[in-house]
Design a protein around this ligand. Structure first.
Ligand code: SAM
Length: 235
């Protein structure tokens, strides 16, 4: 099935066994990919379902439902203090490819950026494209940015980690205590977390962890963290 092109559809585009294609999807399938009536493609709804379909005029005729096994056995929420410039684009793209479930952009004491609403739309588009590209059946949720102090108070996951570049903390690799369930991992901004932020996170159940002895860029650290979790959880 790997040679087939994929498109992401909204769940309400599927009616009975017909996929009602949008003008953009028709353009992409017909003009960009040069598919003709009868040619096959895959459609994913971004929330776990995938279908084999064939082009039929302005619709996709569903041929069969497919089982896609590309998701990790854990749910990972990545909390990231927004890096400067367009660094967050790369975080969203790479971490989606690696299997993240949810990305929560947070504003920390040393965050420089307060993003525009257009940025959120852009990140969601990047996540959808990266999920398609890496053949995932889920598109990660990108939450609205919120203050780190608020974000750490939500949720009841028992595996919550905060990455700190300095100090004698256990390595994340040795700290993951379950390869299923829900994991939350927090990465700081270019200037790092403040002491108060670390203290508040610990008080909210976060365990401080290291990603190794080198100081990673704010864009590299999330990629390393998600890779380590995926490596620990995937057989
Ligand atoms: N300016 C900070 C300093 O000099 O300590 C470094 C901040 S680092 C560029 C950005 C974020 O990436 C950190 O807040 C941390 O969450 C994460 N990070 C980078 N390297 C790390 C490491 N070796 N272990 C754990 N976290 C790391």
């Amino acid at each position: 099935m790997s040679q087939l092109q994929r498109i992401a559809i909204a769940p309400n585009q599927l009616q009975e066994d017909q996929i009602l294609l949008t003008p953009q999807q028709l353009h992409y399938l017909g003009r960009v990919l040069r598919l003709r009536d009868g040619d096959r493609f895959m459609a994913m709804d971004g929330v776990g379902k995938c279908w084999l379909a064939q082009l039929a005029g302005e619709q996709g005729q569903v041929l069969e439902s497919l089982s896609v096994k590309t998701e990790l056995p854990v749910t990972i929420t990545l909390m990231v203090a927004l890096p400067k410039g367009n660094g967050f684009d790369e975080v969203v793209r790479s971490c989606t490819e690696l299997g993240v479930t949810c990305i929560a952009p947070v504003l920390s004491d040393r965050t420089l950026l307060n993003p525009s609403p257009q940025k959120l739309e852009r990140w969601r588009r990047i996540a959808a494209e990266a999920a398609e590209q890496s053949e995932r059946s889920f598109v990660p949720t990108i939450l609205e940015p919120e203050a780190f102090s608020t974000a750490i108070k939500a949720g009841v996951e028992n595996q919550r980690y905060i990455c700190e570049a300095r100090g004698e903390y256990p390595h994340l690799r040795n700290s993951i205590n379950s390869v299923s369930g829900e994991i939350v991992i927090a990465i700081g901004p270019e200037g790092g977390w403040t002491e108060t932020e670390i203290e508040n996170a610990i008080a909210s159940g976060f365990q401080p962890v290291s990603l190794g002895r080198r100081i990673l860029r704010a864009v590299t650290a999330p990629i390393v963290a998600i890779s380590l979790i995926a490596a620990a959880c995937e057989v």
